[in-house]
Design a protein around this ligand. Structure first.
Ligand code: FAD
Ligand code: MLT
Ligand code: ZN
Length: 482
């Protein structure tokens, strides 16, 4: 998008001066102030390559105290800031719109403590999710969140977006597993809520406000989180199914028959798998093609028991003709390969022209949305791969076990004509079934004008009131959803 297509005016914020830079240099280590144009590039550009800001300054504090000093100063000077973690967000929330100062948490990357009895981890916000998970695995635990961007995203970014991921079905939302956090408010006040308690009913649960606030209420600097024991046995099955009705039946039966060992239930349509096949050398898990595929993962403590349970479950599905085909991973490598057919979808859909929708809708309606969008694209003659209309199709996949569909329309480049076909059509569709227009990615910049499709006027007013209270000068992540 160009500046014109942002349709946004720069707010009445201060302009950076050499005096400001001198102040930041006085409080931060040498590598904590980034001004080089080439170095700034990765902080200004989002993962989707859809949004690009023009910040001339990135600050990389090492301590909460430094974050506090930076914000106090910015608040006094009314300098706008954007908190940034791993910059893997998918709604344009992590990059500046104009010249906001980027505050990157990348240098706050230490594990603070871990209790191997309770499984409670306390870590800096800038610890990369995969690093946290690797650390925990060595102690016999896992991080209770996993997602395709694990190699880059930060746990602070995960909390700030309330990321859902691939195993929410099993380990629940971060609103449940985060026990406490530390955050710095716009005026530099440090909120010290780094509790390690599972139970604490002493007044409002303030940490919940920051979970999913997308950098608009404060900068999260540390997180305390309850981690799950590492499963001793993990297995996965990849299934081919002839209809979405069969997918739903399979899900119902998986909950009943696999019950306590079910750890993921992901669904992918044929378009999504064709894209992975086209852009990788991976061998397809199943021979024939099917309109739907399901990846089921089990995690338990007894391999023989779990394998027998999974086998019996799959035999039953085949016998009752609920599934058309299926394969079970025979070892760790096969398990990883099966997961690739799910995890590689976002990457292989490409950067540079994907319309992404991340919605919660009643399970039965889920792929009706994908079909309706496809019909709409076809009716408008934009399906296929012509130079004029490079929309290829409506692609659906997602965390079906959580009622969360990812609807994507990959184009070769962003196209206003196609956008007008999709928006507000998709949002109206979701609103009619009382769904959510953002199940897990947040609103950021991309969806800020559509919040009313999922929240009523009273709720939006309360959100604005909170923002005014916590950040009266609106310096934190401006132009985004509040
Ligand atoms: P960023 O992208 O840097 O920031 C995201 C938002 O949080 C921004 O608004 C930013 O201002 C704010 N923020 C970041 N850090 C802080 C902080 N310390 N304090 C305050 N605000 C902060 N998301 C899911 O929910 N489920 C998935 O399965 C999933 N899979 C993904 C797969 C891929 C390949 C990619 C690229 C993304 C995926 N995402 C998914 C989206 C994204 O990775 C997550 O939302 C992730 O949690 C963002 O973390 P981050 O550190 O990259 O945050
Ligand atoms: C996923 O589940 O793969 C992520 O949320 C990313 C995406 O929606 O593409
Ligand atoms: Zn997702």
């Amino acid at each position: 998008l160009t500046k014109d297509t942002y349709h946004t005016e720069r707010g009445d914020y201060g302009q950076l001066t050499s005096e400001d830079i001198a102040y930041f240099k006085s409080i931060l280590p040498e590598n904590g102030v980034v001004q080089d144009k080439t170095d700034l590039e990765i902080y200004n550009q989002d993962w989707m390559r859809k949004y690009r800001g023009s910040s001339e300054l990135v600050l990389k504090p090492k301590t909460t105290e430094q974050v506090s000093q930076i914000l106090k100063y910015c608040n006094e000077k009314k300098l706008a800031v954007v908190p940034q973690g791993g910059n893997t967000g998918l709604v344009g929330g992590s990059v500046p719109v104009f010249d906001e100062v980027v505050i990157s948490l990348a240098n706050m990357n230490q594990i603070q403590s871990f209790d191997p009895v309770t499984g409670i981890l306390v870590a800096d916000a800038g610890v990369i999710l995969e690093n946290a998970d690797n650390f925990l695995r060595e102690q016999g635990f896992i991080f209770p969140l996993d997602l395709g961007a694990k190699g880059s995203c930060h746990i602070g970014g995960n909390v700030a977006t309330n990321a859902g991921g691939l195993r929410l079905l099993r380990y629940g939302s971060l609103h449940g597993s985060v026990l406490g956090l530390q955050a710095v408010l716009a005026d530099g006040t440090i909120y010290n809520g780094l509790s390690k308690l599972r139970k604490d009913n002493t007044g409002y649960d303030l940490k919940q406000l920051f979970i999913g606030s997308e950098g608009t209420l404060g900068i999260i600097t540390a997180v305390s989180i309850l981690c799950a024991p590492k499963p001793l046995a993990v297995n996965a099955a990849f299934l081919g199914l002839d209809s979405f009705e069969q997918v739903q039946k399979t899900f119902g039966r998986a909950k009943g028959e696999l019950s306590e060992i079910l750890s993921a239930f992901e669904c992918m349509d044929a378009n999504s798998q064709n894209i992975v096949a086209k852009y990788t050398d991976l061998a397809r898990p199943l021979e024939g093609s099917h309109p739907f595929y399901v990846l089921i993962e089990t995690s338990g403590s007894n391999k023989d028991h779990d394998d027998a349970k999974l086998e019996k479950f799959l035999e039953g599905l085949l016998e009752d003709e609920v599934i058309a085909d299926g394969v079970v991973a025979q070892d760790e490598t096969q398990l990883k390969n099966l997961w690739q057919w799910r995890e590689l979808i976002p990457e292989k859909l490409g950067h540079g022209g994907v319309y992404k929708y991340d919605v919660s809708i009643p399970l039965a309606d889920m792929f009706k949305l994908v079909d309706d969008v496809q019909a709409r694209l076809e009716e408008a003659g934009v399906v296929g791969d012509s130079e004029e209309f490079p929309a290829i199709a409506s692609v659906g996949y997602g965390h079906i076990g959580d009622g969360n569909l990812h609807l994507n329309v990959p184009l070769r480049r962003y196209d206003e004509k196609v956008e007008k076909l999709l928006e507000p059509f998709v949002y109206e569709w979701v609103s009619k079934v009382n769904g959510s227009i953002s199940a897990e990615h947040g609103l950021g910049f991309a969806k800020k004008n559509y919040i009313q499709y999922s929240k009523d006027a009273g709720s939006i007013e309360l959100i604005r009131d909170l923002k005014k209270l916590y950040d009266p000068k609106a310096i934190l992540n401006p132009y985004k959803y509040v």
